[in-house]
Design a protein around this ligand. Sequence first.
Ligand SMILES: [Mg+2]
Length: 266
Amino acid sequence: MSDRLRPLDALSGDALRGLEGVVFDVDDTLTRGGLLEPEAFVAMHSLANAGLRLWAVTGRPLGWAQVFAAQWPVRGAVGENGAGWWWREGEALHRGYFEGDEATRETQRRALERVLHRVRNELPGMKLASDRAGRSHDLAYDVGEAEHVPRAEVDRLVALIESEGCHALVSSVHCHAVPGDWDKAQGAERALGARDGVSPANVRERYLFVGDSPNDAAAFAHFPLSVGVANVRAHLGRLPTAPAYVTEADRGRGFAELAERILEAR
Ligand SMILES: [Mg+2]
């Protein structure tokens, strides 16, 4: 699959000049070892100053998306792999959910309780992610953040989650149980529509997505302009859809490389 990845140089200047914004993953796309890289933070400001609309789209809790929306130079932030989003307008912060209906959200919470109970009994070594306090719509198990869970165990967890009717999403750090039909691509589409009235077609055509791992696969498939930072290569075996382009540098430095290419083209 890796030979299908094209270098950033192959990205057409015309496509980049027509961009309205950039949608990006956070962990291991902007961060290294959990910390936001300085190059990536500067790159976000440079892109925003050039008039691009930035959206963070992360598997992290909605509570973290609220902080990203409040403190970063972004238009908004989508959390929990598309379950909801926050944006800032002036001093005020606004929130939206993929599932607008409270009864549906309650049914989904019960599915998560079943997963929680079964994992406790059947995979007792599995630990919930340390960011669980900010989560409202999914469960996240730590498979690669503080813990290093072997792939075979992650596969068992995925099978258990799916047997309870939830989707399983694996990132570089977590394995998520997702009780609804959202993913990063659909969450981003809804959020951009809610915030700025961007049509789904415009999201696909005028926004670029950059990420690094399997929970980004839906977005790699959705956005014709999709980019992986170099560390995406480690996950290619588990990606149903690879990004179209790849940076030379990894993590936040790869994001900065992409930002430079975008700004150069404008
Ligand atoms: Mg990531």
